[in-house]
Design a protein around this ligand. Sequence first.
Ligand SMILES: *Cc1c(COP(=O)(O)O)cnc(C)c1O
Length: 338
Amino acid sequence: MNDSCLEPDIGEQIVQGVEPVSRLPYGVSRYYAGLAQSDDPRADPIAAQFVPTENELIVLPYESSDPIGDTRYLVTDRLVHHYPDRALLLVSDRCATYCRHCFRRHFTGHGGGRITEEQLEAACAYLRRTPAIQELLLSGGDPLMLSDQDLQWVIEKLLAVNDGYIIRVCTRMPVVLPTRVTEELARMLGSHDGIWMVIHANHPRELTESFQEAMRLLVHAGVPVLNQAVLLRGINDDTDTMEALLRGLIHARVKPYYLFQGDLAAGTSHFRVPMENGIQLMQELRRRLSGIALPTYAVDLPGGAGKVPIESSIIRIEKEAYVLRGADGREYRYPRES
Ligand SMILES: *Cc1c(COP(=O)(O)O)cnc(C)c1O
């Protein structure tokens, strides 16, 4: 790997310092907009996730368009290699709905488009010389913005490097446009051993009949499905709502995997929940719910130190910060906001 690999196109799209929030486009599927019962983001937990508000213009000094440090770990244009045995491939910058709490604002919706043949080849070349990688995450943007054919092309190229890869398709499509999950797509994904899907549902009202049908197709085709939720203020930070979400997911045979503390993404402070509230929420959920319904409450430590489970990593709470133990054993701070 030469140094030029570390200065790919998407790095150049980062604006240092305060980033205008308008850089994350507005976009919503008709289906998802139809789930909102009001178009007022202050009154409706669905609208709040896709309607931009002036709160996004508030950018705090420690916020960034790349809060988890993806760009530090870019090894080719589209490949993020942060953890030794896993790598994340950015296959599209587009989404069917742009989440207002998006943490990958340095890439999402910036016009990068579908991964090109050259970019995929560069990623494969890196993978060929990095045998420690055993698992690949397809992300973006949303990988299901690709056609079935293009997605199959990406998967087959990757499996040609190592047919033992676990491949995670990280997508919000079953939530924002569930009809994208067709029988053909489910069959294609299920035909390769080792393909998992990780979805992103945040509210029980997202678990519609159409969503459940998409989950049925995937599970019947042999694709395990996990959910990653984000703890969002006023949307799912009360115990009853979160309980309904988690119960709904396991009824759809989706295993709740992570509940994320909000990342320090530019213009998202209005969504963040104090960590002690998150910890309290988890304690209450543990009293109410079975183990298969419980996610791990986790945070991506600011600046690229990686993901840790909060409840077992928190060391102490200071006046202005939560202090957590990183995977490397060092202490990291996450701001304590009022
Ligand atoms: C979150 C993430 C992963 C996967 O982490 P898990 O804890 O295994 O879910 C892999 N690569 C990157 C860059 C990530 O941000």
